[in-house]
Design a protein around this ligand. Structure first.
Ligand code: SAM
Length: 390
């Protein structure tokens, strides 16, 4: 076994074992919370390179600045729909700060008026991400555009709430149906190893979740339940006076997420660019994610006065915002054919369905006080003038 295969946080493992000794078996959500967010030893709270080639996974914003530039165009339209006044853009979970940088660079270029009226607020719980963000974003900090805050410090605002690959890391409960009964996956420790046990549900909202989704769990199947995401969208809905919530993440509508054929749920872990479905290895040194339920995010916000303005795959969203036109423009700037080819290969990752990020990632835009406008990202692919680009 090499060092990478063995890599885990002994301190975190000992802390979780201690918790189980004190409390008895803990819910999978508690286990995942410790693994990712333990104040000293959690995957997101300890110091580590997580994103990019030297890390555990890539995100779309780490692939190329085109991602942020196209999102900036959608934000400009939302600002225009709101009358072009002062605008707050909140980004939660900003990682290395690439998305913020690319959006602000694009706004400074394409809409200096919005740039000058913008307050960009970052909510980031990881101390090392925060400090790398501060360095990377120093030019925009200097213009007074950016500040950092806690979620609990947000006040009522008008503008946009943005996240990319945040919600999939919220701790999830795991529920399994056995003998027609919903049971919860609990984590115990036996002879120094973590083992799963089934027990009665620890929270009655877990059963409500399947009712609200209008998708009963099929006998023998298991599914993750992200209760934290439901509280999260409700809180954001309450804080937004006018504007849009733009959520990009892996996920499905409820009927696809809780489908009878999806027998083992969607839990996935990432460590050094290898994915696995084993959350009990690399404790504290791997990301743990579960696909999100976009139907419930929509239902909850709609009950709070939001309209679903857009829901679709990332490739459609980016195409609508001018991905192809931008690709062709960037290629034309590249004199060296090999570098132009490398650029094409890099950008393809953002839209490819198989092995790329184009289809597993979805984009949800929920609006409040905007009416039902036709968003730029909803431009149908058939309307993209391919012939004029050749
Ligand atoms: C998978 S990374 C995505 C980063 C970034 N959005 C990107 O596109 O590269 C998740 C980010 O969310 C942060 N994070 C996770 N849970 C969070 C929470 N509850 N509040 C704020 N930030 C959080 C992590 O520290 C990390 O910066």
């Amino acid at each position: 076994m090499n060092n990478i295969e063995k890599e885990e946080s002994a301190e975190l493992k000992a802390e979780i074992v201690r918790l189980i000794d004190q409390q008895g078996p803990i819910s999978f959500a508690q286990y995942m919370e410790q693994c990712l967010y333990h104040p000293q030893h959690g995957y997101y709270t300890s110091s580590r390179t997580r994103i990019g080639k030297q890390g555990d996974f890539f995100t779309s914003s780490s692939v190329h600045s085109i991602f942020g530039r196209l999102i900036a165009r959608q934000i400009i339209q939302i600002w225009q729909l709101m009358g072009e006044g002062p605008f707050t853009l909140v980004e939660q979970g900003a990682g290395e700060g690439y998305l913020c940088l690319d959006i602000l660079d694009a706004l400074a270029d394409e809409s200096p008026d919005l740039y000058s009226k913008l307050e960009y607020r970052i909510i980031e719980l990881s101390p090392d991400h925060r400090s790398r963000q501060a360095q990377r974003l120093s030019s925009h900090v200097a213009t007074g555009r950016i500040n950092w805050c806690e979620f609990s410090e947000l006040e009522i605002f008008s503008g946009c709430f943005l996240s990319n690959e945040l919600v999939d890391a919220f701790p999830v409960h795991i529920v399994e149906k056995q003998n027609n009964e919903l049971l919860e996956v609990m984590v115990n420790c036996v002879d120094g190893s973590f083992v799963e046990e089934l027990a009665p549900l620890t929270d009655s909202r877990l059963a409500d979740y399947f009712e609200l989704s209008q998708c009963p769990l099929v006998e023998g199947n298991r599914a993750e339940v992200n209760l934290a995401s439901l509280d999260w969208i409700k809180e954001i809905s309450g804080l937004m006076k006018q504007g849009a919530v733009l959520t990009i993440d892996y996920g499905y509508p409820a009927e696809e997420l809780i489908a009878p054929w999806r027998r083992a749920g969607t839990l996935l872990c990432y460590h050094r660019h290898q994915s696995s479905d084993n959350p009990y290895q690399h404790v504290g040194c791997q990301d743990i994610t579960a696909h999100i339920n976009f139907t419930l995010l929509q239902k909850i916000a709609e009950a709070q006065g939001f309209e679903t303005l857009y829901f679709g795959e990332q490739y459609r969203f980016l195409m609508g915002l001018g991905f192809l036109e931008e690709l062709i423009r960037l290629q034309a700037l590249e004199a060296d054919p090999q570098r132009a080819q490398a650029l094409r290969m890099t950008l393809k990752n953002l839209i490819l369905p198989e092995g790329g990020m184009g289809e597993s990632f979805k984009v949800l835009i929920q609006g409040k006080g905007l009416g039902r406008p036709e968003l730029l990202c909803a431009r149908p692919i058939r309307e993209i003038g391919l012939a004029s680009m050749m």
